[in-house]
Design a binder for this molecule. Structure first.
Ligand code: TRP
Length: 483
């Protein structure tokens, strides 16, 4: 038991915890990523698969992950080690936390680049650049912004810096108020935009694009992306919710919290999608325009509607805030691990890991210009490969093992004490966690092995290497202890 490291802090209330978790879940994933991957993958069927994944896989894993954090009482690596120890299972489960630490840093490296773009667009709007803008000008504004790596680098660096500064001061204090304002604000502006969308004359088309499904056009690869996005958008699979769950008090309800997180997150994504596609169809744009979709469409709306300058400026400010509350949660597993297990101060860990993230982010910065057509595997450049590896492989794998641990390996009395469900709901939860979730993830993976074998092999090789290093360290430590 001497290996147990317990965290002493906790959220000051249930509401604060829910707000922090929603702050983590709602971010660029909902506003930027969801519309563009839905557009890339033909809408309809993709959106329905995504929604199904949220309900069937996302919700049970979200609940499990928070429960693991609350039961393990530490950063994800240590929490898994604690729980494996208590459940008399192998300490290798700590590798699950490790996968999350790594995935979080990798995701953050492109997250800050996109958040930087949103920050650039905040200033664009502030300067009145959107006033009366037409679709072609919106397009070239975006192209001009991303074609210059120095511009992207500047905003990326600024976002990394902001993340470091917030994280090193501690996640909870000042952010509470920020999230308090951001959430309702973002929701309100999305409603204003929805109002605008209904006046474009293409709202019906947008609705049909999002919800009328033609499953014959859906590829297995799209299913993999949809499933991966369910993990991404709910912030699950890498230990963020575990890290946040470690601060959840015994008297709080994690089932209630999970449902609120899922509803808020899905609502914001669907709203963003409806707005973006209304603008797409009203202006004869292509839904599959890729990562630039949000930035090429919304300025048109702000340029045309009344008080668009004000709404545009506020909107991008809120997007930056939403991105920041997610960014700090992406790095939290790594920070708390460095703090608790490696004796770093919060600030030191933040600067070290932040610099690492900044450096890896250079690859994404270049992926929008010089390296855009530098395909590494298949038709994926650095950014899209990194996104695919983290969102579509590492997160679902993390989620799979979280589910497997909770359903099969965790000591039943510890599990029961965490999952407050009873009767039929508990049976349903257990059933989906035992069978549905793992089978779904494995099936989607298996269906993609043929076409993605090179990407999967790459991930396997890297993780075996890192894992080997980790096991080596553990063995060495075990030897030290026994000496
Ligand atoms: N969910 C956030 C978004 O939608 C991104 C994010 C934050 C995340 N923390 C995470 C994704 C942990 C995966 C895992 O923008």
């Amino acid at each position: 038991m001497s290996l147990l490291k317990l965290s002493k802090q906790s959220w000051s209330s249930q509401t604060v915890f829910i707000m922090a978790a929603v702050g983590s879940a709602v971010g660029l994933g909902n506003i930027w990523k969801f519309p563009y991957i839905a557009g890339d993958n033909g809408g309809g069927a993709f959106v329905l698969v995504y929604l199904a994944c949220i309900a069937i896989i996302g919700l049970p894993i979200l609940l499990s992950e928070i429960a693991l954090g609350r039961a393990g009482q530490a950063n994800p690596v240590q929490a898994m080690a604690n729980l494996a120890h208590q459940s008399k299972s192998t300490r290798l489960w700590a590798g699950l936390g490790f996968n999350g630490v790594l995935a979080g840093l990798l995701i953050l490296s492109f997250y800050t680049v996109i958040a930087g773009l949103a920050l650039a667009y905040f200033f664009n709007s502030l300067q009145g650049l959107f006033v009366g803008i037409e679709s072609e000008q919106a397009q070239s504004l975006f192209d001009d912004t991303v074609s210059n790596p120095w511009t992207l680098l500047f905003w990326h660096s600024l976002m990394v810096l902001l993340t470091i500064l917030i994280v090193s001061r501690g996640v909870r204090g000042g952010l509470e108020k920020a999230i308090n304002m951001m959430m309702p604000g973002l929701f309100l502006i999305l409603l204003v935009l929805l109002g605008y969308a209904t006046t474009t004359g293409a709202f019906g088309q947008s609705w049909a694009f999002m919800f009328s499904a033609d499953f014959s056009k859906l590829s297995w690869q799209a299913v993999m992306v949809a499933m991966g996005h369910a993990f991404f958008t709910l912030s699950i699979g890498l230990g963020t919710m575990m890290a946040y769950g470690a601060y959840v008090g015994k008297d709080m309800s994690i089932a209630k919290a999970s449902i609120i997180i899922v509803i808020m997150d899905t609502l914001i994504a669907v709203l963003a999608g409806l707005v973006v596609f209304s603008i797409v169809f009203a202006n004869d744009l292509a839904p599959g325009a890729g990562p630039g979709l949000l930035f090429q469409t919304l300025p048109i709306a702000f340029g045309q509607m009344g008080a668009g300058w004000l709404f545009g400026t506020l909107f991008f400010l809120l997007v930056v805030m939403a991105a920041l509350t997610s960014a700090i949660s992406l790095i939290e597993p790594a920070i708390s691990w460095f703090e608790q297990n490696w004796g770093f101060s919060r600030a030191k860990a933040a600067w070290l890991l932040g610099s690492l993230v900044w450096f890896v982010g250079l690859g994404t910065v270049l992926s929008f210009n010089y390296w855009e057509a530098l395909y590494i595997i298949g038709e994926r450049n650095f950014f899209s490969l990194l996104d695919f590896i983290t969102s579509s492989i590492m997160l679902p794998l993390g989620g799979l093992f979280i589910g497997v641990f909770v359903a099969w390996a965790m000591r039943p009395d510890i599990r029961e004490a965490q999952i407050e469900l009873k009767g039929r709901l508990l049976a349903l939860f257990n059933f989906s966690l035992r069978y549905v979730t793992p089978l779904a993830v494995i099936l989607v993976f298996a269906s993609n092995v043929a076409s993605e074998w090179r990407t999967i092999a790459l991930v396997m090789m890297v993780s075996v290497g890192i894992y080997g290093l980790y096991i080596y360290k553990m063995l060495k430590r075990a030897k030290c202890l026994s000496n």
